[in-house]
Design a protein around this ligand. Structure first.
Ligand SMILES: Nc1ncnc2c1ncn2[C@@H]1O[C@H](COP(=O)(O)OP(=O)(O)OP(=O)(O)O)[C@@H](O)[C@H]1O
Length: 272
């Protein structure tokens, strides 16, 4: 699916003293099968933007298009199945008595045959390394396990675009790494992922393209090396280090991942 936002504005509490213009004309495209990273400071509009992707929030003005069709013309259940949104701390919404039942909730509500529901639950749990938790109570899991189960619950709808708002917040490094691997697994299966994070290192690890938001506007959108090298204030540490070295060695490449930056710097030290 190709998801497009055209000149989207969003004003909270319009006409009141609490009025906030959270999005000020955002245009961007989520291409089929890509991981699009969204970065930006606190209050820049990332979560507001995420909720426009399946019209959980309606734009004050502007348009959201799904494969060229105005999303407002689509039935909301269909739109929300095709664009799956995972909020920050989604584990707060776990409710069933077993993990399996929790993950089965959305596909069952879609009216799918029970066999298909089971297949989807199995697949979603496997993708997030949580198949062994199927019979457990979601309330008796660790924070990282709960997070994986909650994301699997949205993935079980088999969305064409999976929107993840700060999916690794509060997780330890090992669980983060597993979750990033799972995100890449979702892309390998052909879905797009919108990956919103404050952690620039992990955005550099997974994103095919990056959009940088500032005060409700897109200030840059493109390949990670283009965006990060042009905006060091919003770049991962590896980029800032290589950028500093590039002042003396301008022919160095523009790595964004830590591992690639190490390789480039090792090459330089070895006289390459
Ligand atoms: N429900 C709401 N009602 C009124 N204003 C809101 C609401 N939600 C967000 N805002 C305001 O809209 C702006 C953008 O907020 P948003 O949560 O989208 O930013 P963000 O980039 O996701 O921030 P963070 O990184 O801190 O999560 C902020 O000024 C915020 O105070």
């Amino acid at each position: 699916m190709r998801l497009e936002l055209w000149d989207v504005r969003h004003v909270y509490a319009p006409g009141t003293p609490r009025e906030v213009e959270a999005l000020r004309g955002v245009s961007l495209v989520v291409e089929p099968g890509e991981v699009l990273g969204i970065v930006g400071g606190t209050g820049s509009g990332k979560s507001t933007l995420a909720q426009h992707m399946n019209l959980l929030l309606e734009p004050t003005s502007g348009r959201v298009l799904v494969d060229g069709r105005d999303a407002r013309e689509m039935r909301r259940p269909e739109l929300r199945r095709r664009v799956g949104l995972v909020f920050q701390f989604p584990e707060a919404a776990l409710f069933a008595s077993t993990v399996e039942e929790d993950v089965a909730f959305a596909p069952r509500r879609m009216g799918l045959p029970e066999e298909e529901v089971r297949r989807r639950v199995r697949r979603a749990l496997e993708l997030f390394g949580a198949a062994h938790l199927a019979g457990r109570s979601p309330h008796a899991l660790s924070g990282g396990e709960k997070r994986r189960v909650a994301i699997a619950g949205v993935l079980a709808m088999e969305p064409e675009v999976l929107v993840l708002d700060e999916p690794t917040a509060g997780l330890d490094p090992a669980t983060r790494a597993e979750l990033l691997e799972a995100v890449l697994g979702v892309r390998r299966k052909g879905s797009s992922v919108v990956f919103i994070s404050h952690d620039l290192d992990e955005v550099a690890e997974v994103a095919d393209r990056v959009c940088l938001l500032e005060s409700g506007r897109v200030v840059a959108c493109g390949l990670p090396e283009e965006v990060f090298y042009a905006h060091p204030e919003a770049a991962p540490a590896a980029v800032r280090v290589v950028r500093a070295v590039r002042r003396e060695y301008p022919r160095l490449g523009r790595p964004v991942r830590l591992e690639d930056a190490c390789r480039v710097l090792r090459g330089l030290l070895a006289g390459g």
